[in-house]
Design a protein around this ligand. Structure first.
Ligand SMILES: CC(C)(COP(=O)(O)OP(=O)(O)OC[C@H]1O[C@@H](n2cnc3c(N)ncnc32)[C@H](O)[C@@H]1OP(=O)(O)O)[C@@H](O)C(=O)NCCC(=O)NCCS
Length: 214
């Protein structure tokens, strides 16, 4: 079964998402993705040049979805959770379903529940009894421990570790190499800075940095 797929965002994150679709095809996982191209409302010239080098067309802005072929799926290749949420809301109006992409070298454990639009990069490790919302992005070599709940549009960046029984609310970004210790909650739209170690609950809408994170 081959499914047409469009990647939203032709920046670095979007092009990395393309590598997951390729890796899934090479590993002969089903469905096979037929990547139709990238859409992006405001593509950067440098990014467009890089897209050209990948031999994948740039299709236009998000409104391209109004004339998408039947059964086209999308995946959002945008790393910022808040931007991803607003783009997802726009795409939902076109009724285009979200695909979930899981790199063959990601480990998704048992009793995992996840919403559409999951992107799990190479080396992402999720253990057991984990719940992930819509459009959650688990970047390269991050870990998500047992019994965690990550709400819609959460991003866990490369090498970050989310310990067991954590709850990350919608739109949370956990920066590269950060740690969130077991059982903690991070409030809606908060950011855990790269390298931070979260040792107590984090309220909504804040940035916490450092070790311990403040
Ligand atoms: C913290 C972060 C969100 C920026 O927050 P900000 O408040 O806008 O930070 P600014 O860049 O304005 O810097 C403000 C101060 O925070 C410091 N700072 C920035 N990032 C920091 C970090 N990760 N840890 C500790 N301090 C940091 C700056 O040095 C600066 O310090 P100063 O006031 O003493 O000069 C960002 O640096 C970050 O860590 N984002 C995560 C990004 C990530 O994971 N990227 C990988 C993508 S794959």
């Amino acid at each position: 079964m081959t499914v047409p797929l469009v990647i939203v965002g032709c920046g670095g994150h979007g092009r990395e998402v393309l590598t997951i679709a390729h890796a899934m095809n090479v590993a002969a996982l089903l469905p096979r993705w037929q990547v139709l191209g990238f859409v992006d409302d405001r593509p950067d010239e440098a990014h467009l040049k890089r897209v050209q080098r990948l031999d994948v067309p740039y299709l236009g802005g998000v409104s391209w979805f109004s004339e998408a072929p039947a059964d086209t799926h999308h995946v959002i290749g945008i790393g910022d959770p808040r931007v991803r949420r607003s783009v997802a809301e726009r795409i939902d109006r076109y009724g285009i379903p979200a695909a979930s992409l899981v790199h063959p070298d990601a480990t998704l454990g048992v009793d995992l529940r996840y919403g559409p639009g999951l992107v799990a990069f190479a080396g992402a490790r999720v253990t057991t009894n984990v719940t992930l919302g819509r459009h959650v992005h688990l970047n390269q070599n991050c870990t998500v421990g047992h019994d965690c709940e990550l709400a819609d549009h959460v991003s866990v960046n490369p090498l970050a570790a989310v310990s067991g029984e954590c709850r990350l609310a919608e739109g949370v970004l956990v920066g590269t190499t950060a740690a969130v210790l077991q059982g903690l909650r991070v409030g809606r739209d908060s950011t855990v800075a790269a390298g931070a170690c979260v040792v107590r609950d984090v309220p909504a809408g804040v940035v916490v940095k450092g070790v311990p994170a403040r």
